[in-house]
Design a protein around this ligand. Structure first.
Ligand SMILES: [Fe+2]
Ligand SMILES: [Fe+2]
Length: 481
């Protein structure tokens, strides 16, 4: 048996990084732990800290059986530090150091850049827990309530994963950064989280599903790029985080699917054929498809902002240094250095949106974003299959990348969902055609009544096809205290 697969559960912090022998780092983490628990009590799921939740806990990094399911009170969840197994003789696979041995220690010249990458990733993890903090009060079922909490505790664990790297490899400034990660607050005007989408509200469950579909998927892309890192501990951490991340996107994709399915079924039962007859559909206690589309527009566009500027020196530097690679770097067939060559990037040129070939290194953010959009479209296709199966003439479409942007070149203009640049006045007039209006939000909020009865679901969402851990439909996923 591979020693690296063994997880030490004796100490306070389950881990496969030999914390027991690493007194300095263990002490630093034990010192950080109470502050983390205070943060969790203050900013974690409101009102359910004493409830027993049927959660999976990572107990190994073996792909065949890495988690075990059991009832846990969330503050007692085992937030462990788990790295994917070390790949023997691993090499830096891209950038200027391609072919050199992967680093087990921080390369001095890249220390600041690496720390920044880790802190930015780390900051998103607690942010989403803060954003989702009140959703338990309106959960459409115990199944969904449990999934929310599963996502929350795993984002907590992802914070641990990044804090471990900071404490282990960055000395005093790493400790300061670890502390600061507990101090910032999503949406706080004075101490906000670092990235825009993580300061937005997640006010209802459709938003939650869209968030886990679109924004957790940005997380996936960033983790995929960091999993390529020549800094081996970062690569190994991210590889294991991706295993957990898959469930978050599953929650998002199936959540939206179930909303759509319920809406289509209710329309069919009531004999409503026109998906745009919003009033009639809403009377059925389900969410009309045009509003689902507007929510998708909102969360997709906010998530695009997370990929940064179209032309980015930071991205070029991080790639050149061998710290952050491309999506599935190993499958790409080129020199993996990109000192020459170009990449086509959509830009704003003289007020028009046009493709421009830019140096491949400068266009890396957009390359990752293009891969992201392709990945997003897969699930959207599956949503449309559901609508199609009911013969309802409606198709969910992702808006153009210039639509509703706050970062990058398109932040300077207003564009409609098809990417036509429009005037500010026209945007103001048509805004509620593209994005949820106050009355859309009020309608959805009105639907958000908790349904905690065993095996029951709120009016606006279909039950899942299968239970978590193959549990039956009436399983008590959360024992509410
Ligand atoms: Fe995460
Ligand atoms: Fe996530």
């Amino acid at each position: 048996m591979n020693m690296l697969m063994n997880v030490d559960y004796d100490g306070m912090i389950p881990n496969n990084v030999g914390l027991n022998q690493d007194v300095r780092v263990r002490k630093a983490l034990e010192k950080w732990h109470p502050g983390y628990l205070d943060w969790w009590q203050d900013m974690g799921p409101e009102g359910f800290q004493q409830s027993l939740v049927y959660l999976r806990t990572a107990v190994s990094v073996d792909p065949k059986g890495w988690a075990k399911f059991d009832y846990v009170r969330m503050p007692e969840y085992k937030w462990g530090i788990l790295l994917a197994p070390q790949v023997e003789d691993r090499k830096v696979s891209f950038g200027a150091h391609r072919g050199e041995k992967a680093w087990q220690e921080v390369p001095g010249e890249y220390r600041a850049m690496l720390r920044r990458l880790i802190v930015i990733q780390g900051d998103t993890e607690p942010a989403s827990v803060e954003q989702q903090r009140y959703l338990g009060k309106t959960a459409p079922s115990l199944y969904d309530l449990r999934n929310l909490f599963q996502v929350n505790v795993e984002e907590g664990r992802h914070l641990w994963a990044m804090v471990y790297l900071l404490q282990k490899y960055f000395g005093a400034d790493g400790r300061d950064e670890a502390e600061a990660l507990l101090q910032r607050r999503s949406g706080d005007p004075d101490t906000p989280r670092m990235l825009g989408a993580f300061n937005e509200k997640t006010p209802d469950w459709l938003s939650f599903f869209m968030f886990t579909y679109f924004t957790d998927r940005d997380g996936k892309m960033q983790l995929e790029a960091l999993a390529q890192s020549g800094f081996d501990p970062l690569s190994r951490t991210c590889r294991f985080m991706l295993t957990e991340e898959a469930h978050h996107m599953f929650v998002g994709e199936t959540g939206v699917t179930r909303v759509i399915e319920r809406t289509c079924q209710a329309m069919k039962d009531a004999g409503i054929e026109d998906p745009n007859d919003i009033e009639a559909v809403r009377k059925l206690g389900v969410i009309d498809l045009p509003t689902v589309q507007k929510k998708a527009n909102m969360h997709f566009s906010l998530s695009l902002d997370l990929f940064g500027n179209e032309i980015s020196t930071n991205a070029a530097n991080a790639f050149h240094a061998g710290l952050k690679g491309r999506f599935r770097e190993e499958r790409l067939k080129d020199d993996h250095q990109l000192e020459s060559g170009t990449y086509p990037v959509l830009r704003l040129i003289d007020g028009k949106i046009e493709n421009q070939d830019v140096p491949a290194l400068s266009g890396l953010n957009m390359r990752l974003r293009d891969d992201y959009v392709a990945d997003c479209n897969v699930g959207v296709g599956r949503w449309n299959k559901v609508i199609e199966s009911f013969n309802i003439p409606f198709e969910i479409k992702l808006p153009h990348v210039a639509f509703h942007r706050h970062i990058g070149e398109f932040a300077a203009v207003k564009a409609d969902v098809d990417g036509n640049v429009i005037s500010d006045a026209e945007w103001e007039k048509r805004r509620i055609e593209f994005l949820p209006s106050d009355s859309d939000r009020e309608f959805i909020e009105g639907l958000m009544q908790p349904q905690y009865e065993l095996g029951k679901f709120a009016s606006w969402i279909a039950p899942p096809k299968v239970g978590i851990d193959n549990k039956p439909g009436d399983f008590e996923y959360v024992k509410i205290a």
